[in-house]
Write a protein that binds this ligand. Structure first.
Ligand SMILES: [Zn+2]
Length: 284
């Protein structure tokens, strides 16, 4: 996922809120072999402008928290999560050759820069607008890693599939945190969408357009629990015509998860359990 946004100095105030997903399952019943299969690396930045992001993300153990979630999966090979400076390029990716997920400090800086100073007109807080996209980007890249390491077959575009798996995982955090991530990531995609020049070439990209990624995200959120996310339709963030199919769309992603990912989890959900309940098994 590459964003063409140039770095500026990062306002100091925001970096206390970089914790990835405080409601996420951590230290579930994984054995030492599973624990050894995830490594985290914080490469000190050479650009002093990124020092505060580096220290905040390290202090808040963002990669370790992500690693704790990923350890629920029996990985056949070691997966490395890395934060590093990328010479000015705001980017994040999964590299199959080194089996590593990398997020650039520039990418985190871009997320920070796009966040509202306090609260957006739609009520998204600065904290949500930072925490949500950082979680979404890291889990999206992790989804590519899972597809590769677990040899998951994919129909359709891998970028869409990675968004779907990331959304599904993030929607299964504790309800309040899930809502924060949906609000923050929705804000991020919508803000990018407003800035995104669209021409013929835009449709050739392997990624969906930002507005498509926005609608896919809020559709899955609404489909996961129409009562909890009723405001998404009531406030007009999702057209009624699309909302009508979202429960079905969520069911499709949920079914794919049950068939393709659940068999690789270190503790199987009990027979007949649905995903919504099964995922809670792994909470500490
Ligand atoms: Zn991707």
């Amino acid at each position: 996922m590459a964003l063409r946004i140039h770095s500026r100095t990062i306002p100091a105030v925001v970096l206390m809120v970089m914790a990835l997903v405080p409601g996420a399952p951590v230290h579930a019943r994984s054995d030492p072999r599973d624990r050894a299969r995830v490594a985290v690396v914080y490469v000190p930045p050479s650009d002093p402008a990124h020092g505060e992001i580096y220290r905040a993300m390290r202090r808040q153990r963002v990669l370790e928290r992500l690693g704790d979630v990923v350890r629920l999966v029996r990985l056949p090979r070691r997966l490395t999560f890395r934060l590093k400076g990328c010479g000015g390029e705001p980017n994040a990716w999964y590299d199959p050759a080194s089996r590593s997920v990398t997020m650039c400090y520039e990418m985190a800086a871009a997320v920070v820069r796009l966040a509202p100073r306090t609260t957006s007109p739609a009520g998204v807080t600065r904290e949500q607008a930072i925490r949500g996209p950082i979680a979404q980007i890291l889990v999206h890249e992790t989804s590519h890693a899972l597809f590769h390491l677990l040899r998951v077959p994919i129909f359709g575009r891998e970028e869409d599939a990675a968004d779907q798996l990331a959304s599904l995982l993030l929607l299964h955090l504790a309800p309040l945190h899930a809502r924060d991530v949906v609000s923050g990531s929705g804000y991020f995609f919508a803000t990018l969408g407003r800035q995104e020049p669209v021409d013929k070439g835009s449709f050739a990209d392997v990624h969906g357009l930002s507005w498509q990624r926005f609608y896919n995200l809020v559709c899955l959120a609404y489909g996961s629990n129409p009562a909890r996310y009723a405001h998404i339709v009531a406030k007009g963030y999702l057209p009624k015509e699309r909302a009508d199919t979202c429960v079905e769309e969520y069911g499709q992603v949920s079914y794919a998860f049950e068939r393709l990912i659940v068999p690789h989890l270190s503790a199987r959900p009990r027979r007949g359990q649905r995903l919504q309940r099964a995922w809670r098994v792994y909470r500490p």
